[in-house]
Design a protein around this ligand. Sequence first.
Ligand SMILES: Cc1cc2ncn([C@H]3O[C@H](COP(=O)(O)O)[C@@H](O)[C@H]3O)c2cc1C
Ligand SMILES: O=C(O)c1cccnc1
Length: 344
Amino acid sequence: MSPNQPPVSFDEIRALLKELPGPDEAAADLALARQEQLTKPSGSLGRLEEIAVWLARWQGRASPGMERPRTAVFVANHGIAAKGVSAYPQEVTQQMVQNFVHGGAAVNQLCSVADADLRVYEMALEKPTGDISEGPAMLEDDCARAIAYGLMAVEEGFDAMALGEMGIGNTTAASAVCLALFGGAADDWVGRGTGLDDAGLKRKTALVEQAVAVNRDRLSDPLSILCALGGQELAAIVGAILAARLARTPILLDGFVSTAAAAIVHKLVPGGLDHCLVAHRSAEHAHGRLVEELGKVPLLDLDMRLGEGSGATLAFLLLKAAVACHNGMATFDQAAVSRRSRDN
Ligand SMILES: Cc1cc2ncn([C@H]3O[C@H](COP(=O)(O)O)[C@@H](O)[C@H]3O)c2cc1C
Ligand SMILES: O=C(O)c1cccnc1
């Protein structure tokens, strides 16, 4: 199945999982060998070296590029928002779409600084998902369609993609997904989102617990968990991660919500997130635990907790810096710089 023919059932999505390409270790080996030749003590550029080799591995070329980054923001509404789980009203989702279009959001400024293309994908805002504290968020068809929408959003030819989201109430959905995937207690996974007060946090925690209890017969596998507790934008992010793997496009995950969506892929297929890095550690309470579960170490830690792809877009600058050093530095031979002395 190609990403141009989107799957329409969970079975077809499961079939797609078997077709995901692996890493290009030949390109990675060449990139690693070049790193050892560059005019610096071995390893001294730290994670910038790791990023350059990772880009080579997943772009499938020894000289990675970062000329064409894209940020994709998936936007959807959530039935649970009616229960007061966010500090902001649901209409903010639509209003922020207008703000993205007019260039007034944080992610617009960060895209312009990083010279990244921004695409906003609005997903039936007039049709919020079902209230997860009372039943499933989506039916299988709707969830599969949302995954397919994310699959279609990935085009060939981008050097990396940042995946972000906008949807009032979606940290509640993300927390419920994490509780169902990883277990523990609801308050391990619930945070203040847009800035809930203590009473709001208590209400949100109880509703997340209730959502998992009410949907307990629908949580038998990761796709069912996404369907019962997630949201359309989380499903689209799952699709985009899979399509990016097929298109050899490395991915930067944003904060708690986009990482929670990625956790579905992690549980579906071993190594399914190897072409993804977590761009930053969100200040949202559960993000630290979530990235540990995924075996990832975020690139940045700036106390950001916005979503909308902001942290991931900002981290494009690190990828550009890594590529500039990798491709632009002279080797010891080219610069006539003496190599390391023999160890005594
Ligand atoms: C003005 C504004 C801009 C945003 N940009 C991203 N989010 C973020 O906040 C929402 C999730 O938090 P919660 O679960 O508490 O509603 C998502 O829309 C997310 O992207 C925003 C939220 C607001 C209010
Ligand atoms: O980290 C995130 O993704 C996040 C945190 C708070 C609100 N919205 C998103």
